[in-house]
Design a binder for this molecule. Sequence first.
Ligand code: NAD
Ligand code: TDX
Length: 331
Amino acid sequence: MKLLVTGGAGFIGSNFVHYILRERPDWHVTVFDLLTYAGNQKNLEGLDTRRFTFIKGDVCDEAAIDSAVANCDAAVHFAAETHVDNSVHNPRPFIDANILGTYQVLEAVRKYNKRLHHISTDEVYGDLEPQDPKFTEDSSYNPSSPYSATKAGSDHLVSAWSRSFGVQATVSNCSNNYGPYQHVEKFVPRNITNVLSGIKPKLYGEGQNIRDWIHAEDHSSGVLAILEKGKIGDTYLIGANGEKTNKDVIELILELMGKPKDSYEYVNDRPGHDLRYAIDSSKLRSELGWQPRFTGFREGLAATIDWYKQNEAWWTPQKEATEAKYKELGR
Ligand code: NAD
Ligand code: TDX
């Protein structure tokens, strides 16, 4: 198997590449990544170059993605602009990477008749009230932010190319990931590295928003199961029953790092802030036999904290600029 992974130098893409090279010893992986502010080749250091190739390129670049797809057997499409706060501040890069980029990937897999798995998010379904049932594959699309609207648009392109042109595609919508290699702009690493930098952790609004946490390695095993056994044309939700309020997560980070549980501060809320996401992953579990390995959030979070402690050289170059951007937003 020659697998193409777009966005493979980002957080989840790089976790996926490490996972595939470990779990499938006879596969070759090519990462195709633009190395935006969110991409980092250090995430891929130490991989066996006989089984791994890196191409720097933009998924919006028709010729570049065409030739990368021509040389693979299957593609997994992670590349995207991914930070909701950035999308509220400046939506345009999200239109380009997420909509135009997915269009170019689809045109290439259509031309060469290659298998595609498209990576998406639970945010396309909008948000839930606390008592609502979880999202399923039948939930209606109702995105709230420019980020989730562009991801929703990309999902619709995939299903249209599948139906109209017979593209051999599957889609997965996953909940919030945590783990190593996540950019310090995101909630969990931002606040771990705040503690490590002597900055007070920041909680948006009243901290009552709920996210459904899954370890990035469990996301990877879900994607591999769909790639190998998923039904062409189908969507699968990936989630690990990890619902927590943001307040609970920030207090757990502080407790695990040996700080007083209340040593954080409230900051301005995100405009249009989704209240709750929650995934029902019964289809993936019952049809494909998938289950998560990281079922204890406390243990998974403690290991993630250790990773950031041991990899200061990885995150310090991004930290100052990220906090300067947040300061402008009053967050
Ligand atoms: P990330 O921001 O850490 O990484 C994105 C990667 O894509 C980076 O390496 C970046 O350089 C690359 N990229 C961006 N634009 C590109 C372009 N035009 N051409 C080529 N490469 C480009 O993101 P992530 O958190 O790893 O998310 C990966 C995917 O998973 C995204 O599609 C995202 O929507 C989805 N997702 C993320 C989460 C989450 O919790 N982070 C949850 C569900 C789904
Ligand atoms: O400092 C913070 N304080 C805070 O309270 C930050 C950065 C965030 N938050 C809140 C906002 C959200 O309710 O924490 C929650 C998580 O925030 P993010 O890490 O920005 O994630 P979210 O907006 O939920 O989106 C993430 O999960 C779904 C990813 O960034 C998306 O790419 C993915 O699709």
